[in-house]
Structures are given as C-alpha cells and as structure tokens.
Design a protein around this ligand. Structure first.
Ligand code: SAM
Length: 241
C-alpha cells in the first residue's frame, strides 16, 4: 500500500513499532485524549468492568504502556492483590512509572515481549491487553504465551480497535483515521508517520470473529466479544478453564 507498512518483514515491523512508541511516549497521553475525543477513557473503563476483578487477584497489564489500565485496576485488587505493568518499550514504561508514582501508585514494572512472557505457568488471574495486540508481530505466539501464564480459571481481556460494522459510520471513520488523524499527528505531535501507522495497523488487525477464533485456537474457552461504538473498538474475552 502507499503507507508502506503492510507486507514488511518481521524485524522491520519490530523496529518500526519500537520507533513509533519511543517517539510518541512523551505526548502519548495527550494525543489519546485528543484523537479519540476522550473516548479511550470510556473504552478502558468498559474493558476493566468486563474483567470482574476481585480483591487479591494478580493481574498482568500487558503492553500496558503508560499505565492507563493499571491505574484503573489497582484500586480493585486491594492490599493483597498485585498488578504487573509489562511493555516492550522502555520509554513508554518510564513515562508510565513516573506518572503512576506521582499518583501514589506503586506497581511492578517489567520490560518484556508479549510473544514470550517471562513468567511461570499459571501465574495470573487476569491479563489485560489494551490497544497492544495490534502492535505485536506474532499474535499467535503472544496469545499462546498469555494462555500459558494464566491460572486455570483465569481470564484474558483484549481491548483493541476492530472493524466498524455500521455502514453509515464507515466513510466518516475512514476519512477521520486516514486523513485527519495523520494530519493531527503532524500538527500536534510533529509525527505524521506514527499516526499513519496507527490507521494502517487498525485496518490490518483481524476482525472480531477472526480474533475470537485465534483465541479458541490457542486453547481459550467461553470466548466472546463486545463491540463498542459500532465496532471502532471491541473487547474480547477468553478463559483458561
Ligand atoms: N495499554 C496502553 C494504553 O491502552 O494506553 C498502551 C497502548 S499502546 C497503543 C501499545 C503498546 O504496546 C506500546 O506501549 C508498545 O510498546 C507495546 N507493545 C508493542 N509490541 C509489544 C510486544 N511485543 N510486547 C509487549 N508490548 C508491546
């Protein structure tokens, strides 16, 4: 395609994803609010609601970046609970750790690759991954790795951009994401390419049913998904039983 991110080799995708998030890390939070009109906050709340977190649980917020989900999860797990904020990108984690510390939230921060999680089998009650799976090169490996480190009875929650299914919304959404978003990226973040990557990576991401089947393929059970805002985002759920 003219965006040039499609058929790229693995090492190249890894490099570019790294570059994108290192270059946006400092402005990441502001840009999220701006570009989603604040909606990402509601989407994240909804995802955490579907996680049905109970006190004492151990949670991995994977591809957690600057820690938005971690911040919502922490008050729900209580004194005995544990949240690990894990991400492949040191710059994002640094911004996240700093921001959480400023709010008095102390969590374990670990730099890791979702494709090969550095945890023992059966470690977590819950894994959340918000707007992260799309950026992972080998999604099957990542999902299998998540399945492995979840405890039996554990739950996976994936919040991700998905395929818009409402016909009237489609042209508006396309115009917004392919034209306006990169322009805003250029003006506000001085980084057109990163926001072009965003639009492109959303189009390439598996649709709702495909992602659900990918979960089933690595062993997850009782898989389902909830569309939000016409499919702009979807929350997938799966259980390790
Ligand atoms: N979860 C946060 C949120 O919702 O605001 C951050 C989402 S951000 C769009 C995507 C994150 O995925 C980035 O911080 C990036 O570094 C991380 N990421 C990309 N590939 C990864 C991988 N293979 N393993 C772990 N994290 C990864």
């Amino acid at each position: 395609t003219h965006f040039g991110f499609s058929q790229i080799p693995r090492s190249e995708k890894v490099r570019r994803v790294g570059q994108v998030f290192s270059s946006v890390a400092q402005r990441y939070d502001v840009m999220n609010d701006l570009m989603s009109f604040g909606l990402h906050r509601l989407w994240k709340r909804f995802a955490v609601e579907l996680a049905h977190i109970r006190p004492g649980q151990s949670v991995l917020d994977l591809a957690g970046g600057t820690g938005d989900l971690t911040r919502l999860i922490t008050p729900l797990i209580g004194e005995k609970g544990r949240v690990v904020l894990g991400d492949i990108n040191g710059a994002m984690l640094e911004v996240g750790r700093e921001r959480l510390l400023n709010e008095g939230i102390v969590v374990d921060v670990i730099q890791l690759n979702a494709e090969n999680l550095p945890f023992a089998n059966n470690s977590f009650d819950l894994i959340t991954i918000a707007f992260g799976l799309r950026n992972v090169t080998d999604k099957e490996a990542a999902l299998a790795s998540m399945y492995r480190v979840l405890k039996p009875g554990g739950r996976l929650i994936i919040l991700e951009f998905s395929q818009v299914y409402l016909p009237p919304l489609k042209p508006i959404y396309d115009l917004y994401s392919f034209r306006i978003l990169p322009l805003m990226g250029k003006l506000v973040a001085k980084d057109e390419d990163s926001y072009r990557y965003l639009a492109e990576s959303i189009r390439m991401h598996p649709d709702q049913e495909t992602l659900k089947n990918m979960l089933i393929d690595v062993g997850f059970e009782r898989c389902d998904y909830h569309n939000v805002d016409g499919g702009i985002v979807a929350v997938h759920r799966g259980f390790k039983l």
